[in-house]
Design a protein around this ligand. Structure first.
Ligand SMILES: NC(=O)c1ccc[n+]([C@@H]2O[C@H](COP(=O)([O-])OP(=O)(O)OC[C@H]3O[C@@H](n4cnc5c(N)ncnc54)[C@H](OP(=O)(O)O)[C@@H]3O)[C@@H](O)[C@H]2O)c1
Length: 319
């Protein structure tokens, strides 16, 4: 089968570690099933894997990809990428939790082996490309805003960065929830585009018209101080990524005096993914897709993501 995989890892030149070619069909662990993948979408996680973050060289070759849509019994199903102890009330807290492409081959292939529980029927009327965007970036944004950020109706949100998959999802979700949404971006063209999604767009580091209830932080060192300064007393700063660097000074006086909560968040549960799909269906909310590439052109697609000049999700078509 055709697959895009890490053949090795390289922190200096992650794309050089990528191979696209034929691999044997997946081995199927007990209790798992094999399905045909028809579309997948890219995440920064795929670039981290190629750089060796979370994927040691001795685990290569490893098929990349967390997100995908597969056909089961004739119907498209989203692939929930968290492999964890499903008996826990919150499987994301399982210390043995792993994402597809870390220990088990990922979605950038014509076939995947997956526990049947990890397949969720795609909403009616959605294209496979749209559905393939949801399981990582959109689920992460959903949990950040709801379970972790506890956004209330009529609340306010700051999303750091405009173009990323999590950022565009957070903007669309928060705006649909009725929140006042502020977004920062270094790029004027992205600011214009994100304003069209229902947000007030500002240059990176700009003072907001008000301090906010919830900050969606995935950028890290470049924006964290601004996140602290933009938070109102009692606000939640929810962190799920650190694209620009993971070391950021924290003014502790601001944390205790304003009683801020700095909260980590990672992915979401299968139940949260099901809730997210219902929310999106009810509000006819669809992901923003930047561009679609054929699976065979995965290298071009990942180079585009690495470039940073994106707005929304990059999708791979497997047909
Ligand atoms: N914990 C989890 O479960 C989870 C899930 C998904 C993603 N993540 C992490 O979250 C992060 C975001 O992922 P993603 O796939 O949504 O997109 P991404 O491609 O990593 O997003 C880049 C975003 O960060 C902004 N940005 C990048 N470098 C910046 C800098 N130096 N200064 C200011 N802004 C900068 C960009 O904003 P502008 O270009 O608009 O300025 C863009 O919106 C990644 O680190 C990823 O690994 C974690």
């Amino acid at each position: 089968m055709l697959a895009a995989y890490a053949n090795t890892v390289s922190s200096d030149d992650p794309l050089s570690a990528l191979a696209v070619g034929e691999l044997p069909d997946p081995e199927v662990p007990d209790g798992w099933t094999t399905v045909d993948v028809v579309a997948s979408s890219l995440n920064r996680h795929d670039l981290w894997s190629l750089a060796g973050v979370g994927l040691p060289k001795d685990r290569t070759p490893m098929i990349l990809g967390c997100d995908g849509v597969a056909i089961r019994r004739g119907h498209p199903h989203l692939i929930y990428p968290v492999i964890a102890d499903a008996s826990l009330p919150d499987e994301t807290l399982d210390p043995g939790r792993t994402l597809l492409s870390e220990l088990h081959p990922g979605t950038f292939a014509e076939k995947i082996a997956i526990p049947a529980r990890n397949l969720l029927a795609a909403p009616e009327g959605w294209s496979a490309h749209e559905a393939a965007c949801m399981p990582t970036a959109w689920l992460t944004a959903w949990r950040m805003l709801t379970t972790r950020g506890r956004l209330e109706p009529g609340g306010s949100v700051l999303v750091q960065g405009a173009g990323g998959g999590v950022a565009t999802a957070a903007v669309r979700l928060a705006a649909t929830m009725g929140a006042r949404v502020y977004v920062t971006s270094r790029d004027e063209a992205k600011r214009e585009r994100v304003a069209g999604l229902g947000a007030t767009a500002l240059p990176a580091g700009a003072r907001l018209p008000e301090r906010v209830d919830v900050v969606i932080e995935t950028v890290g060192s470049a924006t964290f101080d601004h996140s602290l300064k933009s938070a109102r007393p009692g606000a939640r700063i929810v962190v799920s990524g650190a694209t620009a660097g993971h070391e950021a000074p924290v003014d502790l006086r601001r944390v205790f005096f304003l009683q801020l909560e700095i909260i980590g968040s990672t992915m979401g549960t299968r139940d949260e993914l099901a809730e997210l799909l219902i929310f999106c269906s009810e509000h006819d909310l669809r992901p923003v897709i930047d561009r679609v590439y054929p699976l065979r052109e995965a290298k071009k697609a990942l180079a585009h993501l690495a470039d940073g000049d994106i707005f929304g999700k990059i999708v791979l078509d497997h047909s």
